[in-house]
Design a protein around this ligand. Structure first.
Ligand code: ADP
Ligand code: MG
Length: 249
C-alpha cells in the first residue's frame, strides 16, 4: 500500500446531535471531527451510550447531524465534499455507491438465500449481481453456503454474508457497528483478516467496537466519551509495536 492511497474518503466536521426526550435535551454528539482514510482500518471505541452508533449512522448518511457536516468522496469535486442539504435521492445514491454497512445483528432477510441476500442490493443487472454475489461469497469463504437461508448459518457465517452484501457495489468505504459483537474468536479472526484485506485494497474501514482484539488490529483508534472524541491513537499494526500515540485533547 503506497502512502498516496492513504487519504481521507469520509469526514465528520464539528458534528453535533441531540435528542429531546420528555422535554429534556440530551446532547449525544458534541463537535465531533474525524477523518476515515482509505488504506486504513479505523476503530471507534467507547462505553455503551457514548454515541458511537449515532456517529456511525451520521457518517453513513443514514441520519443528518443537527450541526456540522459530513463530507464524502464521490459527492462531487475532488476529495470529500459536503453532503449537507443534498436531496434524499442523492444521499441514497451515495449510500448505495460509496458506502457498505455491516450491522451487529447482521440484518439479513430471513426468507432469502445467502446468495440472494448478497445480490439484492446490486445496482446492475440481476445476472451480473448473482455472479458478483458468488464471487464475494467465495471471497468470505462461503462458496458452499450460497443456497443456505440465514437461519441455516452460524452467527459468524451470517456476518460474513453481511460483509459480502456490504461489498456488492464495490464501495470505497465500509462501516461496521460491533461486527464481532456476537461472534466466537475464530469467526472474529476471519472477519478481522477480511477487514484488513479491504483496507489493503485502498478502502476505508471504520469499525465501532468495544472489543480490544478488534481495536488492537486497527491502524487508528478514536476514543469517544459522552459524545466527544477524547483521544486518537495511531499505530503501525503491520510492523508490530505501537509507533506513536497522539491525543486530540
Ligand atoms: N432515537 C433516540 N432518541 C433518544 N435518545 C437516543 C436515540 N438514539 C440514541 N439515543 C441516546 O444517545 C446516546 C448514544 O447512543 P448510541 O449512539 O447508541 O451509543 P453507543 O453506540 O456508543 O452505545 C444514548 O444515551 C442513547 O440513549
Ligand atoms: Mg452502539
Amino acid at each position: 500500500m503506497s502512502e498516496s492511497s492513504v487519504r481521507p474518503l469520509l469526514r465528520a466536521d464539528g458534528v453535533g446531535k441531540s435528542y429531546t426526550l420528555r422535554g429534556r435535551r440530551v446532547d449525544v454528539l458534541r463537535d465531533v471531527s474525524l477523518s476515515v482514510r482509505g488504506g486504513e482500518v479505523t476503530a471507534l471505541v467507547g462505553h455503551s451510550g457514548s454515541g458511537k452508533t449515532t456517529l456511525l449512522h451520521i457518517l453513513g448518511l443514514l441520519a443528518p447531524p443537527d450541526s456540522g457536516r459530513v463530507c464524502i468522496e464521490g459527492a462531487g469535486g475532488t476529495g470529500p465534499a459536503d453532503t449537507s442539504g443534498l436531496p434524499d435521492g442523492a444521499l441514497a445514491d451515495l449510500r448505495r455507491r460509496r458506502l457498505g454497512f455491516v450491522f451487529q445483528s447482521y440484518n439479513l432477510l430471513p426468507q432469502h438465500s445467502a446468495l440472494r441476500n448478497v445480490a439484492l442490493p446490486f445496482l446492475g443487472s440481476r445476472g451480473a449481481g448473482e455472479a458478483r454475489a458468488r464471487d464475494l461469497l467465495a471471497r468470505v469463504g462461503l462458496a458452499e453456503r450460497a443456497d443456505h437461508l440465514p437461519g441455516e448459518l452460524s452467527g459468524g457465517e451470517q456476518q460474513r454474508v453481511a460483509l459480502a452484501r456490504a461489498l456488492v457495489n464495490d464501495p470505497p468505504v465500509v462501516l461496521a457497528d460491533e461486527p464481532t459483537g456476537n461472534l466466537d474468536t475464530d469467526s472474529e479472526d476471519v472477519l478481522l483478516k477480511l477487514f484488513r484485506e479491504l483496507a489493503d485494497e485502498g478502502r476505508a474501514v471504520l469499525l465501532v467496537t468495544h472489543n480490544p482484539t478488534v481495536s488492537e488490529s486497527a491502524d487508528v483508534v478514536h476514543r469517544m466519551e459522552k459524545g466527544t472524541l477524547t483521544a486518537t491513537d495511531t499505530r503501525d499494526v503491520r510492523s508490530g509495536p505501537t509507533t506513536g500515540t497522539g491525543s486530540t485533547e
